[in-house]
Design a protein around this ligand. Structure first.
Ligand code: SME
Length: 157
């Protein structure tokens, strides 16, 4: 990725974060605010799919999302989402086909990033973003998406 492209990406995320903070309205349902934030991510980053999974015991359950119908339940530890939830760490798959435990909800997805949303030391959800392009996500996405996750955590409080 060129320096120019990465700078452009930073600007895009700064806009997303500004808009997300402006859109959150605590007189609305939590799902409304979260859906709006996911819409900002999907359309500003040109993604195939953008969603959240709630961590609930040994399972992850599909939360709000923007895009096609997706897997509704994932076992903790399985797939990119289950791994991010289990390890409380961001997972970046540059090429999903090279990740043996990958759970393919959509054949269009070529790369993916999963970022945990934490309350204290507990992972309460993961943000899952899918791209139609290989190598779409990197550390810049990880950095800004952890800020987006913090905005989502505030929505839940
Ligand atoms: N690919 C994910 C499953 C969720 S879908 O991409 C929406 C995974 O491996 O956990």
């Amino acid at each position: 990725m060129t320096v120019e492209y990465s700078k452009k990406k930073e600007g895009t995320y700064e806009d997303i974060i500004r808009q997300a903070e402006a859109l959150v309205d605590n007189t609305l349902e939590k799902y409304t605010n979260l859906s709006n934030i996911l819409s900002l991510l999907k359309y500003n980053l040109n993604l195939f799919w953008a969603g959240m999974y709630w961590v609930s015991g040994d399972e992850l359950k599909l939360g709000p999302f923007q895009g096609r119908v997706a897997c509704t339940k994932i076992k903790r530890g399985k797939g990119a989402c289950g791994k991010a939830a289990e390890e409380a760490k961001t997972v970046i798959l540059k090429n999903v086909l090279k990740f043996p435990a990958y759970i393919a909800c959509h054949s269009e997805t070529k790369s993916e990033i999963v970022v945990p949303g934490m309350i204290g030391k507990e992972v309460v959800f993961v943000i899952d973003l899918d791209s139609r392009k290989y190598n779409y996500f990197d550390e810049t996405d990880e950095f800004y998406l952890s800020k987006v996750a913090d905005i989502m955590v505030k929505v839940l409080n």
